[in-house]
Write a protein that binds this ligand. Structure first.
Ligand SMILES: *Cc1c(COP(=O)(O)O)cnc(C)c1O
Length: 379
């Protein structure tokens, strides 16, 4: 059997890199020639630029988004014996980050329409040990800042945002990363702002949190060879920071392009709603940055999700599932003691969701092609 050539890939990064390829290579060459590979000037410049873009004072570049969560929580004073509320339907790194901070993740169900953490469910999960809520701005949609802040204030909790899918996303006039005490971002290559490898950053407006995180990522140093606390080695490479610094000014435009493509999807998919293809709800309007465009497939559509994906693939259209198994049902985390049935909405979404192609530059004709193929397949 010959495989179908890809017509519409799930993600196409070349589209965003091509126009700035020379600038990026120039920036990399500069670092290579200077040889300032660790904690170089480009890192400090990027950290400042990214923090400013988030609307906060401090940015601390780290090796990846998972480390940004772990180190960020630690810097906020979260650790052994502390409980942290997280959604059950997130990428596993959210959970890993909490565990790596030696804290206890307490899982919470989500809203089935938006897939964002359900704050009423979160309220029921609070115990005397609860220290923080860690909302995930899943798929590029920000969890309501006003509701989060009311919730945190009422229960005396810290807000720590997992903004790994929400670079420059906004809601109610607040930017992702500026809502809580601190936030974690990832620069994994396919994120809305991606490096040429792994990377992450902690952002905060709290000087003390910034100071602890900055020391912790660099062996816990205060000054060279003086270790004020038990730290680790987790720095964002100067080379990656140089690449990210070139890309950052383009991010807003790329996000707008994704939002535009999502609007094309919304419009084209409206007629398939009665056939069981339902787009997730957008409560952020133009500020949803659509890291992913996710639809649910349920009745009356009787085709299996995997069959629909297979038929789309035969037409050269790539799709994904984010994520097929919620955190509480992952084999490695059975020790947390959760069972099937604990988080019905997260479990239902894991069965029903499909992510359609989404990247800056995806145009109306391509979206039309995806939706027409989908319509034909479900009949
Ligand atoms: C990507 C991602 C992370 C982890 O980032 P890495 O850089 O891959 O470690 C954490 N949380 C969410 C929601 C993510 O999407």
């Amino acid at each position: 059997m010959t495989s179908t050539p890809v017509k519409i890939p799930f993600v196409d990064l070349s589209l965003q890199h091509q126009p700035i390829q020379e600038q990026i290579e120039q920036a990399m060459q500069t670092v290579a020639r200077k040889g300032n590979f660790i904690l170089g000037q480009e890192l400090a410049e990027f950290e400042q630029a990214f923090a400013t873009a988030c609307g906060v004072e401090y940015g601390i570049g780290v090796a990846c988004g998972t480390d940004a969560i772990a180190i960020g929580l630690h810097a906020c004073g979260i650790g052994e014996g502390d409980e942290v509320l997280i959604p059950a339907n997130t990428f596993i790194a959210t959970l890993i980050g909490v565990l790596r901070a030696n804290a206890t993740p307490i899982l919470v169900d989500c809203d089935p329409d938006t897939a964002l953490i359900d704050l009423e469910a979160a309220e029921k999960a609070i115990s005397p040990k609860t220290k923080a809520i860690l909302p995930v701005h899943l798929y590029g949609q920000v969890v309501s800042p006003s509701q989060l802040q009311d919730f945190a204030q009422k229960h005396n909790l810290i807000i720590f945002e997992d903004a790994a899918q929400a670079h420059l996303a906004e809601r109610e006039g607040h930017r992702a990363g500026s809502i809580g005490t601190a936030a974690a971002f990832s620069f994994y290559p396919s994120k809305n702002l991606g490096a040429f490898g792994d990377g992450g950053i902690i952002v905060t407006r709290d000087e003390k949190v910034a100071k602890i995180a900055r020391s912790y990522r660099n062996y816990g140093c205060s000054t060279k060879y003086v270790h004020v606390e038990a730290g680790t080695n987790s720095r964002l490479d100067t080379l990656q920071a140089a690449v990210l610094k070139v890309k950052l000014p383009h991010l807003h435009g790329w996000n707008q392009s994704r939002n535009q493509a999502a609007q094309y999807y919304d419009r084209a998919l409206a007629s398939l709603k009665e056939k069981g293809i339902i787009s997730l709800e957008n409560q952020c309007g133009n500020s949803h940055i659509y890291h992913l465009y996710v639809v649910r497939i349920n009745s009356p559509c009787s085709l299996k999700r995997e069959d629909i994906q297979g038929k789309l693939a035969e037409e050269g259209i790539q799709t994904g599932i984010h994520y097929p198994i919620p955190c509480h049902l992952q084999p490695a985390y059975q020790f947390l003691g959760y069972n099937t049935g604990d988080f019905p909405n997260a479990e239902m979404l894991a069965q029903e969701i499909v992510s359609l192609p989404m990247y800056p530059g995806l145009n109306e004709a391509q979206v039309q092609q995806v939706v027409e193929a989908l319509a034909r397949i479900i009949g």
